[in-house]
Design a protein around this ligand. Structure first.
Ligand SMILES: N[C@@H](CCC(=O)N[C@@H](CS)C(=O)NCC(=O)O)C(=O)O
Length: 229
């Protein structure tokens, strides 16, 4: 019998998209529950961390996209996302952590500092909810993410320096993709899904940074393949 899988998510969260892509890559059907608008207040009841994604698999609750992806790969080994080769696996896991722990902050920076990107995030995070909830959502997003970004450090950097660092990261990705067209080994791994999910959110919401992604041919073609998932 198929497992009952529920993904607790925000659609604009690159971590939730990482999990959704992992599920789709494995051909697993799932129900998505959104925490838009003031429903966000309920996220704290799902796990101690108070973050999304959270995945329920037949009543087992797992928090954190990396733990979820590993669990899914172990229990649903079809179309594996963590390579069997130990060196490749180590590389894929390093890319995954790099995307989650570093690249994410660039995505947050561009979302928060571009008024249009912020407006889009507020609209998306309030979808399906009353328009009265937009203002508190906007304030929460601005204050919550702003504080996190400031504490992380990127929030205190000049825009031109952040953009230059971002371009350097993209150049490195472009160079790696000149190999097989994937970040690690000959096919899609968790590295592509984790890094791609962060960059696809930048592409979707941050108009000023989109040309940077499109102008790198390998990266742009690879992003299309991750997007198709
Ligand atoms: N390491 C976590 C990060 C998840 C995360 O930071 N999610 C954000 C949404 S993009 C969140 O829930 N933020 C709410 C908060 O930090 O209070 C993962 O990989 O799942």
């Amino acid at each position: 019998m198929n497992a009952t899988i529920v993904l607790h998510q925000w659609e604009i969260s690159p971590f939730c998209q990482k999990v959704a892509r992992t599920l789709r890559h494995k051909g697993l059907s799932y129900e998505a529950v959104n925490y838009n608008g003031l429903l966000g207040a309920k996220v704290g009841r799902l796990s101690k961390a108070g973050k999304l994604p959270v995945l329920d698999v037949d009543g087992l609750r797992i928090q954190d996209s990396t733990r979820i992806a590993r669990y899914l790969d172990e229990h649903y080994p079809q179309t594996p996302l963590y390579p069997a080769n130990p060196q490749q696996r180590a590389m894929a896991e390093m890319w995954e952590d790099w995307a989650d722990e570093l690249l994410y902050w660039f995505e947050v920076y561009f979302r928060l500092k571009d008024p249009e990107a912020l407006a889009m995030a507020v609209r998306s995070a309030g979808e399906g909810r009353s328009t009265f909830e937009r203002l508190p959502v906007k304030l929460l997003l601005k204050a919550g993410l702003g504080l996190q970004l400031y504490s992380q450090g990127l929030g205190r950097m000049q825009r031109e320096d952040v953009e230059a660092d971002f371009r350097r990261h993209l150049d490195r990705i472009e160079t790696v993709l000149e190999g097989s067209g994937w970040l690690v080994g000959p096919s899609m791994t968790i590295a592509d899904i984790a890094v791609g999910s962060q960059l696809l959110e930048v592409d979707r919401t941050s108009a000023p940074m989109r040309p940077e992604l499109l102008s790198r041919p390998k990266l742009s073609a690879w992003l299309d393949r991750v997007r198709a998932l």
